[in-house]
Write a protein that binds this ligand. Structure first.
Ligand code: BES
Ligand code: MN
Ligand code: ZN
Length: 455
């Protein structure tokens, strides 16, 4: 479920945002009460000022000090869960980008995954602040809510067929074209690795293609849509399999980003490719030491059926590059190694284009969607060469696992390229990011698009 702003005509409780470094900004009428309650403007702290009749006269929300803001993004948004139900309007304490972050954060914090339970009813709403583009923030929040809903939905309701349905309904909403190749048609259409990974599942594998827009630069997004990752015959232990409904997090994030791009009517031509599969176990499952011939013709020795993401992405990336495109971006919950390197919060990305990396890094800071560049380190290329075939899907030892996976993908790409190895999951609730599925990197990409595509 996606949250929106209340209209500016709504009667609203005035909300003052208080900087911990500037407690003088507490309105005079509330200062003694704030002191009594020990309110010091800590990040996300809230204080309600009651009226004589028992209503809420005013509320204060802390935004922390300059130092504390470095450790908490969207701190102000925590208020959306703490204040008494009602409609609030920010009247003082924030302007410009900080006001934008608070307003977007409020919408993201108000997200509620209610498919399997009663929705939260006591909404804490925010009036659309003036001076910022509130409609744009709502479109971004709606894209992020779509991503979260898709990831949070368990695989029994989010199979490759369900993921296709989700893509179709997004396409319908924005008049995008959609084309899907399913099951054995993947063989005749030459997507052998998507088929090999997905063929052991009760729900047939598929390649979903969505296109939208007819003028402007051409952007191709490719999202890993592994609806569940058992590991295949190299089965994961239970503790590692527990969260693997989220292994379509790349697909969910590219769908969310596509939703933002289309809602904002950006002047680009968009193509979205999602290989959607379940990495399952059955008599016809692909095996360790099988050698697959990819769409591109490169042969791949399977040394671990749990390194499936790079296989399905490789065929989709090859297709992406058969057409003229200005930029290809892949997003995937690709390696545990990326998590070991940067944890759950940061989105590592790989690109050979320094200007693109700079643009992304700058945009990420601006929109509080942190990214970190990792290298396509060419000296490691020999680690993905097994000798018996062109490529090895799972180099032994696991050194630099995120880099070798990225190098593997790059072998299938012949256009400007950025690859994101994301987590797609927020393990503990943080302001604007409830526990559960979460989009990573999409807002940074959206903000960087004018630079990336020279719009
Ligand atoms: N989907 C997983 C990667 C993953 C695991 C992401 C945990 C986030 C959290 C991927 O398909 C996988 O299993 N990768 C293996 C590759 C290895 C076998 C070369 C990994 O990272 O362990
Ligand atoms: Mn896997
Ligand atoms: Zn996987």
């Amino acid at each position: 479920m996606t949250a929106t702003f209340a209209s500016p005509d709504t009667a609203a409780i005035p909300l003052h945002i208080i900087d911990a470094d500037d407690l003088d900004s507490i309105p005079a009428s509330a200062r003694d009460w704030a002191a009594t309650c020990g309110f010091k403007g800590k990040s996300g702290a809230t204080l309600v000022i009651p009226a004589a009749d028992g209503a809420v006269a005013m509320a204060l929300v802390g935004r922390g000090s300059a130092t504390s803001r470095q450790r908490t993004r969207f701190g102000v948004a925590a208020a959306a869960r703490k204040l008494p139900a009602g409609t609030y309007a920010i009247v003082a304490g924030l302007t410009g980008p900080a006001l934008e972050e608070a307003a977007l954060g409020w919408l993201l914090e108000s997200y509620d995954f209610s498919r399997y339970k009663k929705p939260k009813s006591d909404a804490v709403r925010l009036v659309a602040p003036s001076g910022i583009d509130a409609a744009r923030l709502e479109m971004i929040a709606a894209g992020e809510a779509l991503t979260r809903d898709l990831i949070n939905t368990p695989t029994n309701d989010m199979s490759p067929a369900d993921l296709e349905d989700a893509a179709r309904s997004l396409a319908r909403r924005h008049d995008a074209k959609i084309n899907v190749i399913t099951g054995d048609d993947l063989i005749s259409s030459n997507f052998p690795m998507i088929h090999a990974v997905g063929r052991a599942s009760a729900t047939p594998p598929r390649l979903i293609e969505m296109t939208w827009g007819d003028t402007g630069p051409h952007l191709t997004l490719v999202g890993k849509g592994v609806c569940f990752d058992t590991g295949g015959l190299n089965i994961k232990p239970g503790s590692s399999m527990g969260l693997m409904k989220k292994d379509m997090g790349g697909a969910a994030t590219t769908l969310g980003l596509a939703s933002m791009i289309m809602a904002l009517k950006l002047p680009i031509r968009l193509r979205l490719l999602i290989p959607a599969v379940e990495n399952s176990i059955s008599a016809n499952a692909f095996r360790p030491q099988d050698i697959l011939t990819s769409r591109k013709g490169l042969t791949v020795e399977i040394n671990n059926t749990d390194a499936e993401g790079r296989l399905v992405l490789a065929d989709a990336l090859a297709l992406a590059c058969e057409e003229d495109t200005d930029l290809v971006i892949s997003m995937a919950t690709l390696t545990g190694a990326a998590r070991v390197a940067v944890g759950p919060d940061l989105s590592p990305f790989f690109t050979d284009d320094d200007a693109a990396a700079t643009a992304l890094t700058k945009a990420a800071a601006q929109v509080a969607d942190p990214v970190w560049r990792l290298p396509f380190h060419a000296p490691y290329e020999d680690m993905i060469e097994p000798g018996v075939a062109d490529l090895d899907n799972a180099p032994s030892g696991g050194f630099a696992g995120a880099i070798t996976a990225a190098l593997f993908l790059r072998r299938f790409v012949s256009r400007p390229y950025i690859h994101f190895d994301i987590y797609g999951w927020n393990p503990t609730a943080k302001p604007a990011r409830p526990k559960g599925g979460v989009g990573m990197g999409a807002r940074a990409i959206l903000d960087a698009l004018p630079d990336l595509l020279k719009l």
